[in-house]
Ligand binder design. Structure first.
Ligand code: IMP
Length: 425
């Protein structure tokens, strides 16, 4: 049976969680494959809002298995807090969640150094991170000094590793940032509290997932962030420190590529971005404020106001290319209902020349070429039949499908699970 993948096609916050939630219904296992508690996945069911940071949103269904893959970085304290709050809501997380033995632990010094670096960086060097320690933890992974969840099975050698890394980190905290040193015992207790509660759920998730696929189970790979934030294909250095794109999904889950069937790229009908970095279609005037208000565009992890702008076809075509996207899900189309006309950037000009791809350098100098589409000026929130959408709205979606070049698989017309149109165009 296949594995399907949900990947962000813009700069994150595209509404992936809603699409994942709708698709989870026909799935057996939902897998988070990268990122950490920097993500904020919002799902609304019958008017009730749930925000997930580390646990896959599939936990909402009571018969699904959730997996935290090897590519995720886990903040143990944050994880336990999220589990406790979900338990309070009546979800039995522990009996339906597995954690990869190869996922890395994100520890207090990662968060402190992330915050200190951001705090001391000059304006042009700031990334605008979530300060959740993500980049520092992935750096340690690549430096081969990180501690993996499965390491905790062997206490003596993990204590030795923690001791070595803490010596380095304390030096950095004290000498570079003038901060207080951390105590070995405090960090060990934090790690071990997590391990003690979860040791029975730590497995080789790559083995487990591939065996389940062979047995006929259906798997959904849940991406965090988006293509524009990918460490390789995003707007480096204004990116996250993992690969949300398809390659990262395979690496971060250990699922064999031959199982992959549908790669669904999620995109808002406009664009938002949080943090620093170039954004060609950004609306810097009151139009941006208007879109932010209409779309309720404030970060679900940090509460920061999101930067807002018009749909960008070149960014989407880039996402189609690097992800091998074969379907598109368009979200928050209802937010555009108030506009007389809707501009779409259908191409770029760089230094006076037409550019027909999303450039790796010089994006801050790119000038979008806009085409205006007539608005529909009526409330479409909750419509779940394409034919019931106003003609101009149907035309807008059909035009985007043509410009981006992949079929539209799903349209979200409102926040709730039921406010969804499923189709293949
Ligand atoms: P980090 O992932 O916290 O290191 O932040 C790096 C960049 O990615 C910053 O611009 C963040 O605002 C952005 N970012 C990280 N996670 C998300 C997310 O879930 N949605 C949108 N942007 C994100």
């Amino acid at each position: 049976m296949p594995a399907n993948l949900v990947v962000g096609a813009q700069w994150g916050d595209e509404g992936k969680a809603k699409v994942i939630d709708v698709m989870s219904k026909d799935t057996d296992i939902i897998v988070r494959y990268q990122g950490g508690a920097n993500a904020g996945h919002t799902v609304v069911v019958k008017g009730k809002k749930y925000i997930f940071h580390l646990i896959p949103s599939g936990i909402i269904y009571d018969n699904k298995i959730c997996v935290i893959g090897n590519g995720v970085v886990i903040d143990p304290t944050y994880f336990l807090e999220e589990v406790a709050s979900l338990d309070k809501e009546g979800f039995d997380v522990a009996s339906r969640t597995y954690i990869s033995d190869s996922a890395h632990l994100l520890l207090p010094f990662h968060k402190m150094i992330d915050a200190a670096r951001e705090g001391s960086a000059s304006k042009s060097q700031k990334i605008g991170t979530t300060k959740r320690g993500i980049g520092i933890c992935y750096a340690d992974k690549m430096m081969r000094t990180g501690i993996r969840v499965g390491d905790l099975h062997s206490q003596a050698s993990t204590k030795e590793k923690l001791n070595a890394i803490l010596n380095e980190k304390n030096h950095e905290l004290k000498v570079l940032y003038g901060l207080e040193e951390l105590k070995f015992q405090d960090i060990w207790d934090e790690m071990y509290t997590f391990y003690d509660k979860w040791k029975h759920r730590i497995i080789n998730t790559s083995y487990y997932l591939n065996e389940e696929l062979k047995e006929g189970k259906r798997i959904l790979l849940e991406g965090a962030q988006g293509t524009g934030l990918d460490a390789d294909f995003g707007t480096y250095p204004f990116v996250t420190s993992s690969n949300p794109t398809t390659g990262g999904a395979l690496i971060g889950s250990g699922v064999g590529y031959h199982f992959l069937e549908k790669v669904i790229g999620i995109s808002k009908a406009y664009i938002t971005r949080v943090g620093e970095g170039p954004f060609p279609t950004e609306l810097l005037d009151e139009e941006g404020e208007r879109l932010r208000k209409l779309g309720g565009e404030y970060g679900s992890t940090t509460g920061r106001p999101r930067r807002c702008g018009w749909f960008d076809v070149e960014l989407l075509k880039h996402a189609v290319r690097v992800n091998g996207m074969n379907a598109l899900a368009l979200t928050k189309i209802d937010v555009l209902s108030d506009y007389d006309t809707i501009p779409v950037a259908v191409g770029y000009e760089l230094d006076g020349k037409r550019l027909d791809y999303f450039p790796s350098q010089g994006l801050e100098r790119v000038k979008p070429i806009y085409k205006e589409f007539p608005g529909w000026k009526s409330d479409i929130c909750g419509i779940n039949d394409f034919k019931k959408l106003p003609k101009n709205c149907q035309d807008y979606i059909t035009a985007l499908r043509g410009l981006v070049g992949v079929p539209v698989h799903m349209i979200s017309t409102g926040p709730d699970r039921d406010h969804t149109i499923i189709l293949s165009m």
